[in-house]
Design a protein around this ligand. Sequence first.
Ligand code: NAD
Length: 426
Amino acid sequence: MTTASIDRSALQARRNVWEMAQEQLDDVAKLIGLSEGIHLYLRQPKRVLEVSVPVRMDDGRIRIFTGYRVQHNMSRGPAKGGIRFHPDVTLDEVKALAMWMTWKCALVNIPFGGAKGGVICDPKAMSPQELEHLTRRFTSEISIIIGPEKDIPAPDVYTTPQIMAWIMDTFSMQKGYSIPGVVTGKPLAIGGSLGRDKATARGCLYVVDEAMKTLQLQVEGARVAIQGFGNAGMHAATLMAERGYRIVAASDSRGGVANQKGLDVRGLVAHKSETGSVVGFGGGEPMSNKDVLECDCDVLVPAALEKVITQENASKIRAKIVAEAANGPTLPEADRILHERGVMVLPDILANAGGVTVSYFEWVQDLQENFWEEDEINERLKRKITRAFREAYDQAKRHGVDMRTGAYAVAVDRVAEATKLRGLYP
Ligand code: NAD
């Protein structure tokens, strides 16, 4: 590696994710001729809450954690977005993720605005009891702005259905009665929805299927590499393998494993649940996280964290389709390189919108106290996500731009219309 390339990757790693989100909006604002006032309005979050979260740890000491809840836009309905527990959470990251939620909800045309939350913590180093205390106190601190009609959290990186159950219980205890609609991604026993656990991955599968059809590629045996083996990545591997795709590489935070003949996904899932990682799985060769991105495959699914596809590695990506199960994995510079090279990038706001779509179904079921069958949920999801793909693709063709810009054109236009119709208060 030359000094220049080291400097460049260091620079890209520091690339501010909030500026990146704003830049994506600026590009589309020009394209669709957004008025200056609405553009400036949409460039900033509506509301930002920072909270201190004191927690008594198992050894009796008190630790103070910092948490955030950001509501980007609520013109189309209550805000919606996950909560992330991770040591690298920053306010700028939460702001970017909240803005992306606004576009995502608008793209799949569900009546929600965008929000996101995060707590700076290392959940892997905390006991279940410490995690419960952290979750309950954080919920209590943000309870002034959340609620089924205001802002509805959900799972994200390192937050689980159990954590959603604690959020639901804490909020309900404060109000004095059960309020399942305050959070989605809950366990089934307390008002969760069938199909929610696999919804992000299932939506990703439907979108990749549409892209394969559009590019006239054959699904059977198409090679898929997946970075990140959690809720999004692991279920994507399972569902895609069932559909006939061949999973040739998979990784998590500790490293990866690869086999061009195809990994035994069921065995890999069992290995991950026994050992906590895909590393050491016998059915393939070890592969680094970096190499998973650049490996020989037809479809690449980044399903971990942001900013992994950069100016450095974009020219080395061999996939024909990149399906962003993760939020924000591709830097704008890398987007341009991939577009020029003819790689179809299915943007996060489309490729991982299955999660929020079934979260919307969960919220509707909670409010109606009437629960649907899983087939019906998957069918409704397929209709919504396939329509979103077509609308984004049509805009991309019409303007001669990539799929991200096409998807943004649809979404930003919808949010702008709602914002304009409602007018400026007072
Ligand atoms: P998760 O906590 O279930 O899984 C995260 C996975 O990423 C784990 O396997 C972890 O080991 C891996 N990982 C962490 N750091 C890594 C690194 N540096 N390199 C490689 N792998 C790494 O989280 P999740 O819910 O699957 O979320 C993953 C991504 O999908 C995030 O970007 C999230 O915002 C996005 N997403 C999730 C949902 C959802 O419903 N869960 C919905 C939409 C988008």
